[in-house]
Each structure stands twice: as C-alpha cells, then as structure tokens.
Design a protein around this ligand. Structure first.
Ligand code: HEM
Length: 507
C-alpha cells in the first residue's frame, strides 16, 4: 500500500514540475518580456499562449489566388507580417541624443520573441561595433538536415577554423580560373535554348528551372573540381533528399514527426545515407589522388582545400571526414538556390525593362550596377536572426541575454526613408557612385549580410551572373511571357511563386 502512495507522490511531483515549467515558459516569461519592452516603448502584437503570433503570421500571408501587379513594392506580399506590424508599431526612440524613427517592434514566433530592427545605425552596432555581444542563432535540427551542419551552422573556434580554410576557394583570383568552365556551361544552355526556337526566331523558356541546373553545375565544379562527375551524382542525390527533407521541415510543428518511420522519412533517411557514403568514397579516392599529384595548377576546389586541411599535423585543428561531408552539403544549398534566384530576378527585371538591356549592351551601364539593383529589390535571403549573448544595450534599448533580433534585409532595401521616393523603381543608375554612396546609410544595402558571418561565397554569384547575363544578351533580346505572374514569395529563399517564363528573341 505504501509503495502505491510513493508512486502516486512521484507522479504528482512529476506532473507538478511539468505544469510549473509550462506556466513559466509559456505564460509567465513571455508576459515578463513583453512588459520589459513595453516599458522601453517597444510594442508588438499580443502574445498568445504557446503559438505566439504564428497564426496571425499565417493569416497575413496573401492567398494563392491573390495576384500582384508588376510593381516592385513587394514587401506587403512577400514579407506581409513585417509590413503589417511595422506600420502599426513603428516607434520613435533616442539614439545618441537624436530622436529617430526606429522600426523596432516585437513578434512572437511561438514563445520566442524576436525584436525586428531595421535602423541602419543599430544594424551597424549589431554586426560591427558590438559584434562580440551578438551571435547567430542555432540552426534547428530540422533545418540542419536541409542545409548540412557546415559553416553556416557552426560556431566558435570550429567556425573560425573552417571559415579560414574555406575562404581560399572563394578568392576572386581563384574563382576567375573557373570562368572558362562557367562559360562552357552557359554556352551549352544557350545552345539548347536556340535549338528550341520557332521559325520566327522566338522561344519561351521557364528560366528559373534552367538557372537552377546552371548554378548546380557551377557549384559542383567549385566544390568538387576534377571529381565533377562523381560530385554531380552526389548532388543529384542531395537534391532528391532536399525534397523529402523540405517536407519534414514543413511538419516542424508536429513534435517528433521527423523521427517517425513514415514512407517519406524512410526514403529521406536512405538518401541521406547514400549521400554520406558516396561522399566518403569520393573523399578517400581524392585523398589517394592528391598524395600522388602535388601540382598547384588550376583553381583550388573546396574538396581539395578541405582534404589538405584534414591532413594537418595538428590533430585538434584537423578537419574530419564528417566535417567535409557536412560542408559539401551546406555549400550545395547555400550556393545553388541563392545564385539561381539572382539570375532569375535579374532576367525578370531586364525583361520588364527592355531599354535597360540596350543600355547595358551599349555599355552605358555596367552589369555590376544592374546586379546590385536586382539584389536590392529582390534579395534572395530576405532576413537573418541574431541573438544577444549577454545583457546588452543597443542604442537606448536594453536587451536581456537571449533576445533574438530579426534583421529584415528585404524591408531595409525597400525603405523609402533610406532610398528616396523611387525606392520601388528599378534604377541601376542609383549605384553609379558605388555601393557605399547610393543610400542614406551604407548599411542600407546588405544582400550578402554583414560582419564576420557575411556570405563567404559572394564573389561566385557575381562572377557567374555577370558572365551569364552578358552571354544571354549578346545572343537574345527578351521580354516577359504573357503567362508570367509576378508573385515574389519566400520559400526559404525569395523566388517567383509561379516560375519565370520569358520569351527570348534571336538578335
Ligand atoms: C546571390 C547569391 C547569394 C546571396 C544573396 C547570399 C547571401 C548570404 C547571406 C545574407 C549570408 C549571411 C546569412 C546570415 O547572416 O544569417 C550568407 C552566408 C553564407 N553564404 Fe551566401 N549568398 C549567396 C551565394 C552563396 C554561394 C554561391 C555560396 C557558396 C558556394 C554561399 C555560401 C554561404 C555560406 C557558407 C554562408 C555562411 C557563412 C558563415 O556563417 O560564416 N553563398 N549568404
């Protein structure tokens, strides 16, 4: 009898402990944080138990039947919750004794609060002046499965060590050696388009699909170099795996879903294992090859620099085979979709503005300006999140340790206060005086992020896009197909929801 009582008592305490945890984390703590920010004048939509504002965020998404004009004023559609709440909760705060308008407000992603910060001076503080007080948030396990546990997820010393090693591959001088390979991939693609042309010299192409395979080709060369064919087969497996892992990612609100042996999860696990095994084999093969071949000719590919680093005599700094596998996966995702989005949006913008094609052909405007304007209006990565490592003062804001900050690149790029009344017009000429001069603040343009964790690969998409766009307009003029629907949507990256059909005409 006494044993029963003991059992009941243990269960009772256990339940009480869980209830206490739930009340503290899902009710009391959010209220305390909300009050803390309210005292500083920072407001936001009300916290709802457990879900925070997730339901409102979903409700604010435009319905799929809602179409969009050809306007570049895309924030209301693509980043609806930010647009909606920024207009309601925008406040005035003092910064260095100046009264400034600061679009800071709170949003609750479940029980986690995020303070949206879009003031360039505060952004400079977060990434540059006070960077020691902030860090990138951890990648959730479901997202790690998608993007690999490579550079973008690493932290601390391991991150610094990997970043130093991998940077060599992305130096402009090294990437320029890959231009002949990029040119060949591009030429093959244009030849295929030409072969599809009707008798009147026109063809309709859904460019986003083509640019995805072009970018995949280039990233495969950059990562695997001479082991291109084997690398391509591995990346094809990874592309399939991504489809299944994305499915699991969307089920993120069903706790433990990704561990259930559903049909899709089983296929995803098998593909993951296949990718890993094939990469291991390839790494071993390459290691043996590198032992015999010590020549320094040709571009340094990522696999080579990592294998060399794995042979380091300092065992604690050596890169392990598992690390190489994760880095390959990360580069595939980070490089493929972003670069193809840049190519797609730039082609759409030039198709909407044929006179810019002519101006660029006549070299009145250089391609760098056009790409910058494309990255400003349609940044492939719409936002990032930072977290306060310690209690921190940001401007006049007191941020408790652990506060997450949402930095909306897309919102800043479309802010009329920073860019002027023509903020939503395609005007590459605004970059004529260089990137730092075009807006109220140099921090107003950051498609590749800022600070120590800015994009490691940023030279690659610029070189690739310059080459691809130049080769395209040497052969064709192009315009939007009548079926094109302008629907910029964020599906991890900012992409055209209904694709990008473009009509190309031989010059
Ligand atoms: C137009 C193309 C691209 C855009 C717009 C872009 C944008 C960005 C941004 C904004 C970040 C910072 C993310 C953050 O702060 O949370 C970033 C980081 C990163 N990017 Fe890119 N990226 C592009 C292409 C590439 C390519 C081609 C590669 C590699 C092949 C690459 C690899 C990475 C990696 C590994 C990181 C993480 C760096 C770190 O944490 O140290 N990106 N990128």
């Amino acid at each position: 009898m006494e044993d029963y009582w003991l059992c009941y008592l243990i269960i009772f305490w256990f339940v009480l402990l869980i209830v206490q945890k739930v009340v503290i984390n899902l009710y009391w703590r959010p209220r305390r944080i909300q009050n803390h920010f309210l005292k500083q004048g920072i407001r936001g939509p009300k916290y709802n138990f457990l879900l925070g504002n997730l339901k409102e965020i979903a409700d604010l998404q435009p319905s799929s039947s809602q179409h969009f004009s050809l306007s570049h004023d895309i924030v209301p559609r693509a980043f609806s919750f930010y647009h909606h709440w920024k207009n309601i909760y925008m406040v005035l705060i003092t910064l260095n004794f100046l009264l400034i308008i600061c679009a800071a407000f709170l949003v609750w992603f479940g029980p986690t609060v995020r303070v949206s910060i879009s003031d360039p001076t505060l952004i400079r503080d977060i990434f540059l002046v006070k960077s020691d007080s902030f860090e990138k948030i951890e990648t959730p396990p479901s997202a790690k499965k998608l993007e690999g546990n490579g550079l973008s997820s690493l932290r601390g010393e391991k991150w610094a060590h990997h970043r130093k090693i991998l940077t060599q591959t992305f130096y402009s001088e090294n990437l320029k050696l890959t231009i002949p390979m990029m040119g060949k991939s591009m030429k093959d693609m244009l030849t295929k388009w030409s072969s599809k042309m009707s008798k009147d010299g026109k063809v309709e192409i859904e460019v986003s699909e083509w640019f995805l395979s072009l970018s995949e080709d280039v990233i495969t060369h950059t990562v695997f170099g001479s082991s291109y064919e084997d690398g391509k087969a591995i990346f094809e497996l990874q592309a399939q795996q991504l489809v299944y892992a994305t499915n699991a990612f969307h089920q993120v609100f069903t706790p433990g879903f990704r561990f259930l042996p559903t049909k899709k999860n089983i296929i995803s696990w098998k593909l993951d294992k296949d990718v890993r095994n094939s990469l291991m084999k390839l790494i071993e093969h390459r290691k043996k090859f590198l032992e015999c071949d010590q020549s320094e000719e040709g571009p340094k590919d990522l696999l080579e620099v990592m294998i060399k680093a794995s042979n380091s005599t300092y065992s604690n700094s050596a890169i392990k085979v598992d690390d190489i596998v994760e880095e390959c996966k990360t580069m595939f995702l980070a490089g493929k979709y972003t670069t193809s989005n840049l190519l797609t949006w730039t082609t759409i913008l030039l198709a909407m503005n044929p006179h810019w094609q002519q101006l660029a052909r006549d070299e009145v405007f250089n391609l760098g300006m056009i790409l910058n304007e494309s990255l400003r209006l349609y940044p492939p990565l719409a936002a990032t999140i930072q977290r306060a490592k310690i209690d921190t003062k940001l401007g006049t804001l007191n941020l408790p340790q652990g506060t997450e900050l949402l930095i909306p690149f897309i919102g800043i790029h479309h802010d009329a206060e920073l860019w002027g009344d023509d903020v939503n017009e395609f005007n590459p000429g605004r970059f004529a005086r260089g990137v730092a001069q075009e807006a109220e603040s140099p921090m107003a343009f950051m498609p590749f992020g800022l600070g120590a964790r800015h994009c490691i690969g940023q030279n690659l998409p610029i070189i690739q896009a310059k080459l691809a766009i130049a080769m395209m307009w040497m052969c064709f003029s192009f315009e939007l197909a009548p079926t094109y629907q302008h629907a910029p949507t964020i599906l991890i990256f900012l992409c055209p929801q209904y694709g990008a059909p473009i009509i190309f005409k031989k010059l």
